[in-house]
Design a protein around this ligand. Structure first.
Ligand code: IDP
Ligand code: MG
Length: 136
């Protein structure tokens, strides 16, 4: 059984899409092991996105993810990492299939409403950032 880290980015919260997105994960059958509404500071955002630190869009990415409250979810299920990535759709919402979260709810690459860990190793690293006291 895997547990993965999902973030509902500030645009999802601003656009009142929390229940819409969380509901999809509930209906899919994941077990919720953690859920927090938080405001990220820059240092934590930079740690989260460390793999992108050399990219030209890194500054914008950190500005954006720290621009308002986000929701962090820890979701457990069979193949949770890949299943969540499939439900999210492609990174660029313009490439995301209808029926996916980004394909239904987003249009912009920089405001693509959701993050999901891309591997079991990433999930372990990221879950420790958002749920340092462990999971339920
Ligand atoms: P992912 O969120 O689908 O895993 P990553 O490649 O890990 O995609 O990129 C992290 C986030 O950085 C993306 O979700 C997107 O919001 C943003 N991003 C990726 N590429 C670009 C870009 O070329 N310009 C601006 N933002 C980008
Ligand atoms: Mg990624």
């Amino acid at each position: 059984m895997e547990t993965t880290l999902v973030l509902l980015k500030p645009d999802a919260v601003r656009r009142n899409l929390m229940a819409e997105i969380i509901g999809r994960f509930e209906r899919r059958g994941f077990r919720f092991r953690g859920m927090r509404l938080i405001q990220l500071d820059r240092a934590t955002a930079e740690t989260h996105y460390a793999e992108h630190s050399e990219r030209p869009f890194f500054g914008e990415l950190v500005d954006f993810i720290t621009s308002g409250p986000i929701v962090a979810l820890a979701l457990e299920g069979e193949g949770a990492v890949l299943t969540v990535r499939d439900m999210m759709g492609k990174t660029n919402p313009l490439d995301s299939a209808p029926g996916t979260i980004r394909g239904d709810l987003a249009l912009l690459l920089a405001e693509n409403i959701i993050h999901g860990s891309d591997s079991v190793e990433s999930a372990e690293r990221e879950l420790a950032i958002y749920f340092p006291d462990g999971l339920l």
